[in-house]
Design a protein around this ligand. Structure first.
Ligand code: SF4
Length: 414
């Protein structure tokens, strides 16, 4: 907590050169992008820089991590993108550490873009769904053409730039699609494409929008993915969200990791191309309160923004788990799950995540794995301390509510 970070999803382009049908930004109910500039202006970026830099100074935030996001951020063009980075460096750096990242679909990536990324020490993440037949099912352009070949060309250029020392090795963000194989996708991305820093994104669905069949599919998929990673046994491969799930089992530092995880959920904000500020950019899809907050970088400070009433609701949601979770043995590490996936119109956030069964499966498998290396009593003590630290709840009896969601594990990765 001493290294307080603010994560900013910065929508510098609210248009895209692809039309992926599952995109939460354009196709899951929030249509505010229609009212916003397609590309952000330099004046708004200047105001964003001041908002973040001065806000970080006033609130004691040590790092501002800005992800250049969209839509497709590269659509702003190279000159404008360079200007934006210069503005952010000039306005944020005097007050706090600035770390810029880029999340792109990779279609437009070329050597010049990568030199720009190198100049500003930008970490590059590229989105793709898997092998060509999987990727080109949904990641298509406006004419219905698949994007795989262009994405892979961008990946190869980014890898060459990394080999030349221009940028860090690129990462990959994979959206999990129905009727796909975790193993096939893991092998393709890690072994065929050579990407080692990756994450698999679960749909940002909630109890009103999710498909029960797909949610069930994701349970087996996630377990397959975890087992595949364990079998690979390659410490240079980092699946971010799964690695985070190991942390509470492995070290007492995980208590801090867990605390920071909860803080992250309240310290992730989104800035739109018109300068509007809202919490985490997945929340507007569930409730318009989180979209039209009334705060804009041209007229408000970061401190003002954090005084908004919805923050106390979000903090309460993060810190107070749903009733169903209070007796769960994984509560100290899961905490009820990602808040957007807890939402229903009837009960707001007072539900376990739609991925509850999946989480139980993964935590069960992780405990089984680490038990080969760490004494069971140590793990139990860590999990209970994590529970008490976060929620002050009494201990749950291990195994009391995992049986329904945790069938015998098929693969032993030892
Ligand atoms: S695993 Fe399910 S019941 Fe347990 S804390 Fe997470 S969401 Fe709640």
């Amino acid at each position: 907590m001493s290294d307080r970070r603010l994560y900013v999803s910065f929508k510098i382009a609210e248009i895209c050169n692809l039309v992926c049908d599952y995109c939460y930004f354009f196709f899951l109910g929030d249509e505010s992008y229609k009212e916003h500039p397609k590309l952000i202006s330099a004046a708004t970026v200047e105001a964003v820089g001041q908002f973040l830099g001065e806000g970080a100074r006033d609130l004691g935030i040590n790092t501002v991590a800005v992800a250049m996001h969209g839509g497709e951020p590269l659509l702003v063009g190279k000159k404008r993108f360079t200007d934006f980075c210069e503005i952010l460096e000039r306005t944020v750096n005097p007050h706090t550490r600035l770390a810029i990242a880029l999340q792109t679909n990779g279609v437009l990536l070329d050597e010049e873009w990568l030199r720009i990324c190198g100049r500003f020490k930008i970490r590059v993440g590229i989105s793709l769904d898997g092998p060509k037949p999987v990727n080109d099912r949904s990641r298509i352009d406006r004419k219905g053409r698949g994007s795989y070949d262009k994405i892979v060309r961008g990946i190869r250029k980014a890898q060459q730039a990394a080999a030349d020392g221009v940028i860090e090795p690129p990462g990959a963000l994979i959206v999990i699609r129905p009727d796909t194989s975790a193993r096939e996708i893991y092998r393709h991305v890690v072994h065929d494409l050579g990407l080692k820093r990756l994450d698999f994104m679960l749909p940002k669905d909630n109890w009103d929008s999710h498909s029960p069949e797909f949610t069930r599919f994701l349970e087996g998929y996630s377990l397959d993915l975890l087992n595949c990673w364990l079998e690979d046994d390659d410490p240079t491969v980092n699946i971010r969200s799964i690695k985070q799930m190991f942390a509470p089992f492995l070290t007492d530092v995980a208590l801090d990791v867990r605390t920071n995880y909860l803080a992250d959920m309240t310290e992730a904000i989104c800035i739109r191309s018109n300068g509007d500020v809202c919490p985490d950019d997945t929340l507007p899809a569930v409730d318009s309160t989180f979209c039209t907050t009334g705060f804009n970088v041209h007229s408000a400070t970061l401190g003002d923004f954090y005084q908004a009433p919805f923050w106390s609701d979000i903090r309460q949601t993060v810190l107070r788990p749903p009733e169903e979770c209070t007796k769960c043995e994984w509560m100290g590490v899961c905490g009820g799950g990602e808040i957007v996936t807890r939402f229903s119109k009837a009960r707001k956030f007072d539900n376990p995540t739609i991925y509850c069964t999946r989480n139980k499966l993964l935590y069960g498998r992780i405990r089984e794995y680490v038990l080969k290396y760490i004494d069971a009593a140590v793990i139990t003590e860590r999990l209970e301390r994590s529970r008490k630290l976060m929620f002050g709840l009494p201990a749950a009896v291990p195994g009391t509510n995992t049986s329904a969601g945790a069938p015998a594990l098929a693969v032993d990765a030892a």
